[in-house]
Design a protein around this ligand. Structure first.
Ligand code: HEC
Ligand code: HEC
Ligand code: HEC
Ligand code: HEC
Length: 124
């Protein structure tokens, strides 16, 4: 008799914890987007090895995602630049190589560090 009652309480508590778990999971999803480590950007001018992790991580250069992925929404996984920036300029959207050169070189220039010479990036 007594044991049965205790079991009921135990089940009841278990069910409560289960629902708390479900609610917390739904309310605070852990949505850390996946990040690449190194990307080989291929081009006819020579390939560019881009150290994504070094640029984006706190221990590295600590640059915000949005600084480069300028159209991404908070918490979203960003798309490749080429999804919008095509081989040739279209509707005033920079062509892919100008988008990369714009983004990469302007920051290196402003920061006074990072490669600016063609062969320093197009090294592969
Ligand atoms: C200094 C610039 C820069 C920063 C900062 C940066 N990224 Fe990137 N990321 C890139 C470039 C360039 C690519 C390659 C895009 C391409 O292939 O067109 C890329 C690619 C990606 C991709 C793969 C996209 C695909 O579909 O190919 C993901 C995912 C991504 N980045 C996530 C992040 C997240 C999350 C952050 C912030 C923590 C971040 N990035 C910060 C420049 C940057
Ligand atoms: C979802 C579409 C989309 C994606 C993905 C995208 N862009 Fe853009 N980008 C645009 C549009 C539209 C413009 C022109 C309007 C503006 O300035 O926002 C633009 C403008 C730019 C400009 C010129 C204006 C400025 O901000 O100085 C640069 C440089 C640029 N993009 C680089 C990149 C790079 C590098 C990536 C990838 C890391 C990227 N873009 C990804 C749509 C996109
Ligand atoms: C918002 C600033 C910023 C942007 C955008 C940026 N970089 Fe850099 N980059 C840096 C800084 C800071 C360094 C570090 C220079 C140093 O400490 O020697 C660096 C260094 C580098 C280096 C040499 C060292 C290494 O980490 O490999 C390469 C290659 C490079 N960047 C490529 C790129 C390319 C390609 C892009 C565009 C897709 C890009 N960077 C965009 C800030 C930036
Ligand atoms: C900060 C790094 C960086 C520097 C410096 C740089 N580039 Fe680039 N370049 C890139 C990246 C990244 C791409 C885009 C690759 C892609 O489309 O995925 C690119 C693309 C190109 C393309 C387009 C090739 C194609 O297949 O469409 C040409 C041409 C080019 N670069 C020439 C140059 C020349 C010439 C210089 C020197 C005046 C130079 N680049 C300096 C990073 C750099």
């Amino acid at each position: 008799m007594e044991i049965k009652a205790e079991r009921k309480v135990a089940y009841f508590i278990a069910i409560i914890f289960f629902f708390i778990g479900v609610i917390c999971y739904a309310a605070f999803p852990i949505k850390k987007p996946e990040e690449p480590i190194r990307i080989m950007l291929t081009s006819t001018a020579g390939n560019v090895l881009f150290d994504h992790k070094e640029h984006a991580s706190e221990d590295g250069y600590g640059i915000e995602c949005l600084e480069c992925h300028h159209t991404m929404e908070e918490g979203d996984t960003p798309e490749a630049c080429g999804e919008c920036h095509e081989a040739e300029e279209e509707d005033g959207i920079l062509k892919k190589s100008d988008a990369f050169h714009g983004k990469c070189k302007i920051c290196h220039e402003d920061e006074g560090s990072g490669p600016l010479k063609c062969a320093e990036c197009h090294a592969m």
